[in-house]
Design a protein around this ligand. Structure first.
Ligand code: AMP
Length: 435
């Protein structure tokens, strides 16, 4: 019986995995440039964590969580996002008590949502994200938005737009919520079942409804910007001005509310400005009450996350940056069983010295071995035939330039070192990227 992958999951293999690694590496470097440290939290958490943080009115909680009882009868959920787990970890480890504020963490890892699989939407996907907790300054919000932009720049993605909105402070949002409730109550009979439920729990969620028939009603709804307190409006303007000063242009989108209930203050998303619309590549926002909500002190925070699958998709389509494809340094080619056994000993020595080595175990013609070495993106092929064995030497071929040299086995380590150095120097001139 063939066992298929679980619907909505995907395998990431070989060169694709290299590209994912390179994207993750870029994200990590940018986060470190901005002073963020890595945090790794468990994939499973107690279900109430997400009910309290992501929110009972969100689609994630109402429809999309992978929740099960473990053998001890505890309700466990596979994390649908990582922010909640980071907050839980800050509380569990009392990080706020013994670390300078703001706490600044970045994460990379898988998330799980029972969504309808489609382009750019999986049931297991991966996120890179950051959280900064414990600063009240608007510049902390600006830093997070700028970090996201820097991630995109570092991947050569420049056809990007940044959408931004403010959900205001608690008082502004209460007034807005009341206005929305009054407005939607008049139209709710014509709206979808989800919106009927949202009206009762959290009318703000209706703004995020994707049902096309509901959109005209939503377009006519009161706008958050008309309900912002002077303070909230001032902060939002400060954020936009500060972004402008560092050359980040934003578009104000007053229907942007994001899919998670915990945001207060600024919210934002990164989209491609041209090409296929795969939805938001990333997004985030400010949250006043999240840490308190999960049992921590009253510290506000701001965060963002990118979907790595979406970054991969737009990177593969839009970016001119090249990803270095890992291959062996040397592919050892033996034409018969004796040569193969000699090569095995050689491989052991070379790997011990730090060279990446691959080799053949089945006898094959040199012609097909060269093809294999090429397909594996090997830098050099090392040929061991009858003559080489007789003379205790190796024939080494640079697979880029096709130059061939003979090397004495005794000199091998030294010569290989200089050959590789030369190869890498060529590569750095930008002419000979593998792949
Ligand atoms: P969110 O945690 O909902 O704010 O989503 C942050 C980012 O995660 C989005 O901008 C997407 O790039 C990505 N994302 C969310 N859901 C999915 C999914 N089902 N499949 C792939 N990527 C996703």
């Amino acid at each position: 019986m063939v066992i298929n992958p679980v619907k909505g999951t995907h395998d990431i293999i070989g060169e694709e995995a290299n590209t994912y690694s390179a994207i993750e590496y870029n994200c990590r470097i940018v986060a470190e440039l901005f002073g963020y440290q890595e945090i790794r939290t468990p994939i499973i958490e107690h279900t109430p964590l997400f009910l309290r943080s992501v929110g009972e009115s969100s689609d994630i909680v109402t429809k999309e969580m992978y929740t099960f009882d473990d053998k001890g009868g505890r309700s466990i959920t596979l994390r649908p996002e990582l922010t909640a787990g980071v907050m839980r970890s800050i509380v569990s480890n009392k990080l706020y008590a013994n670390t300078d504020l703001p706490l600044k963490y970045f994460y990379i890892g898988p998330c799980f949502r029972y969504e309808r699989p489609q382009a750019g939407r999986y049931r297991q996907f991966h996120q890179f994200g950051i959280e900064a907790i414990g600063s009240t300054s608007y510049l902390q919000d600006v830093e997070v938005i700028a970090l996201g932009k820097r991630v995109l720049d570092s991947l050569g993605l420049n056809k990007v737009k940044v959408l931004i909105n403010s959900l205001g402070d608690d008082a502004s949002r209460e007034n807005y919520r009341a206005a929305l409730k009054e407005y939607f109550a008049k139209h709710i009979d014509q709206m979808c079942e989800d919106c009927k439920r949202r009206l009762e729990i959290n009318p703000l969620r209706i703004l995020d409804c994707k049902v096309p028939e509901d959109r005209p009603i939503i377009e006519g709804a009161p706008k958050m910007k008309d309900y912002l307190s002077d303070e909230a409006r001032g902060r939002f303007e400060n954020i936009i001005d500060a972004l402008k000063k560092i050359d980040i242009e934003v578009e104000i989108d007053d229907t942007l509310v994001r899919g998670l209930d915990y945001y207060t203050g600024v919210v934002f998303e990164y989209h491609m400005s041209e090409g296929d619309d795969v939805g938001a590549i990333g997004g985030g926002g400010h949250y006043n009450n999240l840490l308190k909500e999960v049992g921590g002190p009253d510290l506000e925070g701001v965060g963002l996350s990118f979907g790595l699958e979406r970054l991969f998709y737009v990177f593969s389509k839009e970016s001119n940056e090249q990803i270095y494809v890992n291959g062996p340094d040397f592919y050892l080619m033996g034409m018969d069983q004796f040569a193969i056994e000699q090569n095995f000993t050689l491989a052991n020595i070379l790997r011990g010295t730090g060279y990446a080595i691959d080799m053949n175990y089945e006898t094959k013609s040199f012609k097909s071995l060269f093809k294999i070495a090429d397909r594996k993106h090997s830098k050099f092929a090392v040929i061991v035939g009858e003559d080489e064995i007789k003379n205790a030497q190796l024939t080494v071929k640079n697979l880029k330039t096709q130059e061939q040299t003979t090397v004495k086995v005794d000199d091998m380590l030294m010569v290989f070192q200089s050959m590789l150095k030369e190869y890498v120097e060529e590569l750095e001139k930008g002419e000979t990227f593998n792949g």
